[in-house]
Design a protein around this ligand. Structure first.
Ligand code: FAD
Ligand code: NAG
Ligand code: NAG
Ligand code: NAG
Ligand code: NAG
Ligand code: NAG
Ligand code: NAG
Ligand code: NAG
Ligand code: NAG
Length: 388
C-alpha cells in the first residue's frame, strides 16, 4: 500500500491532519442542557439515570443568587442555594453520565440532525437540547434596590415572607400589582402594609386595578392598607437581617428607609416587589424558539418548544410558574420525554428497511448501547425482526 503512495497523496493527508488540528475538538452528546439551576440539574439527573450522555453548561447566573436561603422546597427547606446545587451535582456525578461545564454557551445552532453549541473554548454537539436558562429580575435602577434584593426585599411571599412576618411591610412597583400583593400577605403574614406608588397614580393603573376588583379601595381601607404616592429617591438599608435575626423563630430583622424625592423618608422592615422579568439567555431566541409573551412557548406535550428536539423548562417556560419545585418538576418531565424521543428514534432505526436494519445490527456498539438503555424490550425487537 505504502508503495503506491506518492508525494501528492502525502501532502493531501498532511493537509487533512492540519485541518483536524486547526479545528477545536468537537464533543458529541445525547443531550445538551443549558443551565445549572434546579431545572437543568433535575433534567441532568433524570437523563443520567437512564444512561444518556449529557453536557450541562452553567454560566453561574442563578436567579436566586442574592437570597440568603431557599424556602418551600420539601427536604431542602431553608437551605443555601449554592449548597443545594453542590449536593445535586454530587448526586448526579455518581452516575458518570453528565459532564459539567462551568462556561457560558455563546451560540447554539440547529444543524440537519443535531445541535451545535459553542463556548469560548470548544464546540459541542448533541441530538437534543434542554433549555433551562432561567429568568432574570428587571429591577429599576434605583439606588440601593439591587443590593437589598433577596435580603429583606423580595418578590414572592413564599420565598421570604415567613422570615418577615408581622413586620412593617412596604409594597414596591406598579400600583395595580399591589392589590395582588396585599391579597397574598394580609392577614396571615403582614397587617401593617403600606404601598409606595412612586408617583404612579395614572389612569392606566387605576383601570387595571379596577379590573381586578372595583372595590379595591374598600379592601385597602378594611385592611388598613395605605398608599404613599410620592416619587421614590432610593432604598437605604439601616440594619441587615443577616446579622440581626432570631434563629429560634427564624425572624430576619432587616430595616430600611425609603427616601422620597422631597427629602423625607419612611421606615419599613421589608418590601415586596412587583417588577418584570426577562429571559436570562439569548439562546432560546437564537434557536428560533416560539414565545408566549416573554416565556418560551412550551404548551406542546412534554414541555417541548416549537422547535423539534428542543425543550424549555424552569422559570423560562410558559407554565408561568417560577419556583424551585416547578423547576425540578419541569426538568424531570422534559428529560423523560427527551429520553423516550431518543429511544424512539433508535427504535425506528432497527425497524427500518432490511439494508438499514443489517447495517444497524452490524453496528455492535449501537446495538449494545441501545440494549443497555432499553433492556429486554430491544432484545425482543431484534428477535421479532429475525423472522422477517
Ligand atoms: C431573590 C429570590 C429568591 C427566591 N427564593 C425562592 C425560594 O425560596 N423558593 C423557591 O422555590 N423559589 C425561589 N425563587 C425562585 C427560584 O430562584 C427560581 O424559580 C429558580 O431558580 C428557577 O430555576 P431555573 O433552573 O429555571 O433557573 P436558574 O436557577 O435561574 O438557572 C438558570 C441557569 O441557566 C444558566 N444559563 C443561562 N444562560 C446560559 C448560557 N448561555 N450558557 C450557560 N448557562 C446559561 C445560568 O447560569 C444558570 O445556571 C427565588 C427567586 C429570587 C429572585
Ligand atoms: C464512575 O467512575 C468512577 C471512576 O472511574 C468509578 O470508580 C465508579 O465506579 C463509576 N460509577 C459508576 C456508577 O459506574
Ligand atoms: C475553557 O476556558 C475557561 C476560561 O476561559 C477555563 O476555565 C476552562 O477550564 C476551559 N475549559 C476547557 C474544557 O478547556
Ligand atoms: C419610580 O418611577 C420613576 C419614573 O417612572 C422610575 O424611573 C423609577 O425607576 C421608579 N422607582 C421605583 C422604585 O419603582
Ligand atoms: C438615599 O438618600 C439619602 C438622602 O439623600 C442618603 O442619605 C442615602 O445615602 C441614599 N441612599 C442610597 C442607597 O443611595
Ligand atoms: C390618585 O390621585 C387622585 C387625584 O390626584 C387621588 O384622589 C387618589 O387618592 C390617588 N390615589 C392613590 C391610590 O394614590
Ligand atoms: C393602620 O396603619 C397605621 C400606619 O400605617 C397605624 O398607625 C395604625 O395603628 C393602623 N391601624 C390599625 C387599626 O391597625
Ligand atoms: C403565560 O403567560 C403568557 C403571557 O405572558 C400567556 O400567553 C400564557 O398563556 C400563560 N401560560 C399559562 C399556562 O397560563
Ligand atoms: C405555541 O405552541 C403550540 C404548540 O407548539 C402551537 O400550537 C401554538 O400555535 C403556539 N402559540 C403561539 C401563540 O405561537
Amino acid at each position: 500500500m505504502l508503495l503506491t503512495w506518492n508525494w501528492k497523496k502525502l501532502f493531501a493527508v498532511q493537509a487533512l491532519f492540519a485541518l483536524a488540528w486547526a479545528q477545536a475538538p468537537e464533543e458529541s452528546y445525547d443531550v445538551i442542557v443549558i443551565g445549572g439551576g434546579p431545572s437543568g440539574l433535575s433534567a441532568a439527573s433524570a437523563l443520567s439515570r437512564v444512561l444518556r450522555k449529557v453536557a450541562l453548561f452553567d454560566s453561574g447566573d442563578y436567579r436566586n443568587n442574592p437570597t440568603r436561603h431557599m424556602h418551600d422546597v420539601i427536604g431542602s427547606d431553608h437551605v443555601v442555594p449554592a449548597e443545594f446545587r453542590e449536593a445535586a451535582r454530587k448526586q448526579i456525578s455518581f452516575y458518570n453520565m453528565t459532564t459539567f461545564f462551568d462556561q457560558e454557551v455563546l451560540t447554539m445552532q440547529k444543524t440537519e440532525n443535531s445541535f451545535r453549541a459553542t463556548t469560548a473554548n470548544g464546540t459541542f454537539t448533541a441530538r437534543k437540547v434542554i433549555l433551562a436558562s432561567g429568568l432574570k429580575d428587571d429591577l429599576p435602577n434605583v439606588p440601593g434596590l439591587r443590593d437589598a434584593f433577596g435580603k429583606g426585599v423580595f418578590w414572592c411571599p413564599w420565598c421570604d415572607g415567613f422570615e418577615h412576618r408581622d413586620q412593617p411591610m412596604g409594597v414596591l412597583g406598579d400600583l395595580s400589582d399591589a392589590y395582588d400583593s396585599v391579597r397574598e400577605l394580609h392577614p396571615t403574614l403582614n397587617k401593617d402594609i403600606r404601598i409606595y406608588a412612586n408617583g404612579t397614580n395614572n389612569t392606566a393603573q387605576i383601570n387595571r386595578i379596577n379590573g381586578k376588583n372595583k372595590d379595591w379601595q374598600k379592601v385597602f381601607n378594611a385592611y388598613n392598607v395605605t398608599v404613599n404616592p410620592k416619587p421614590i429617591l432610593n432604598i437605604t438599608r439601616t440594619q441587615s437581617g443577616s446579622d440581626f435575626q432570631d434563629s429560634a423563630t427564624r425572624k430576619e430583622l432587616d430595616k430600611f428607609r425609603v427616601y422620597f424625592s422631597d427629602g423625607t423618608y419612611e421606615e419599613r422592615g421589608a418590601f415586596i416587589t412587583n417588577y418584570g422579568t426577562s429571559q436570562t439567555s439569548k439562546l432560546p431566541e437564537q434557536l428560533k424558539v416560539g414565545f408566549l409573551g416573554t416565556k418560551m412557548n412550551t404548551t406542546a406535550p412534554g414541555l417541548r418548544t416549537t422547535v423539534p428536539g428542543v425543550w424549555g423548562v424552569g422559570d423560562a417556560n410558559s407554565d408561568n410558574s417560577t419556583n424551585v419545585p416547578h423547576a425540578m418538576f419541569s426538568g424531570k418531565k422534559a428529560a423523560v420525554f427527551c429520553h423516550v424521543e431518543l429511544a424512539s428514534e433508535e427504535l425506528a432505526q432497527v425497524s427500518g428497511s432490511p439494508a438499514k436494519r443489517a447495517a444497524m445490527l452490524d453496528d455492535r456498539s449501537v446495538h449494545e448501547r441501545t440494549a443497555r438503555q432499553m433492556g429486554d424490550e430491544v432484545g425482543d425487537v431484534y428477535k421479532r425482526l429475525a423472522h422477517f
